[in-house]
Design a protein around this ligand. Structure first.
Ligand code: ZN
Ligand code: ZN
Length: 259
């Protein structure tokens, strides 16, 4: 961030973003990830008293096209109250260790532990239970602690079952941290890009339009046709052809040729 923008990052001391919800579900996260992210930026700005703010929000779930494949969406938002604009960038990745297991004995985890990259990546353990206020153990990165947590969880569960899941908080998840790092560079580049008309910071792509014509019959498809670039401040706007240079959609994606 520093190099590209000349900005310096100030961490608000003791800011509790868990009020906006937690991954482990003690506090439900309400609203869309972008709204939560913007709320987080505002929390930071209120805590530091600064007119500029930055925050990140990650979400995990099934891949939109391949339901059994887990995926990670990261959003990073920036608000500038001095100039009166906000921008955000997103990155989507299938590279995630996001996973859950239900077990009755710690031995059942064997192969799974390798697949979720334990112990370089942390785990969370809790009893399978309907009771509210049950103890959740987070940030587990040693075999001893994992074994103790699983045994305790099984003994507290009415079904003698422990729920084990990956800890997706960035400081326990190097895979996620790498994605956030890439996203930070993407946002910094965007902030450092001036509007070609008025030179305001943050010029970049803000939407895409669909309608790439079919290669056989030229019917507009759902595929992306162009990218819309807009300014954060003035009305300047540019529509550019899609980034990969594709001019026609395969007939297989056409609503007429392949309904
Ligand atoms: Zn402009
Ligand atoms: Zn067609």
């Amino acid at each position: 961030m520093l190099h590209a923008t000349g900005l310096e990052i100030v961490l608000p001391a003791g800011l509790d973003t868990d009020v906006l919800g937690t991954f482990t579900g003690e506090v439900r996260r309400e609203g869309k990830p972008l709204d939560v992210c913007l709320q987080k930026v505002r929390l930071g700005m209120a805590a530091t008293g600064l007119p500029l703010g930055l925050a990140n929000e990650g979400s995990f779930g099934p891949h939109p096209f391949v339901p059994f494949l887990p995926s990670n969406l990261e959003i990073m938002a920036f608000i500038d109250d001095e100039r009166g604009f906000s921008i955000h960038e997103m990155l989507f990745s299938e590279k995630t260790n996001y996973a859950q297991r239900e077990i009755c004995a710690v031995e059942e985890l064997e192969d799974w532990l390798e697949s979720v990259r334990f112990p370089s990546h942390g785990l969370i353990v809790r009893p399978k239970s309907e009771q509210p206020g049950i103890r959740v153990e987070k940030g587990i990165v040693t075999t001893d602690r994992l074994r103790a947590a699983v045994e305790r969880a099984i003994s507290c569960s009415e079904e003698a079952t422990a729920l084990v899941e990956t800890d997706m908080r960035a400081h326990f998840n190097p895979t996620r941290m790498r994605l956030i790092r890439r996203l930070a560079f993407k946002l910094a580049r965007r902030l450092a890009t001036p509007c070609p008309s008025c030179t305001a910071p943050g010029w970049g792509m803000t939407s895409q339009s669909t309608g790439l014509p079919c290669e056989e019959c030229e019917t507009p498809t759902e595929m992306i046709l162009s990218e819309i670039f807009t300014c954060t401040t003035c009305a300047h706007r540019e529509e550019r052809p899609r980034f990969d240079g594709l001019r026609e959609a395969p007939a297989g994606r056409c609503p007429c040729c392949n309904p």
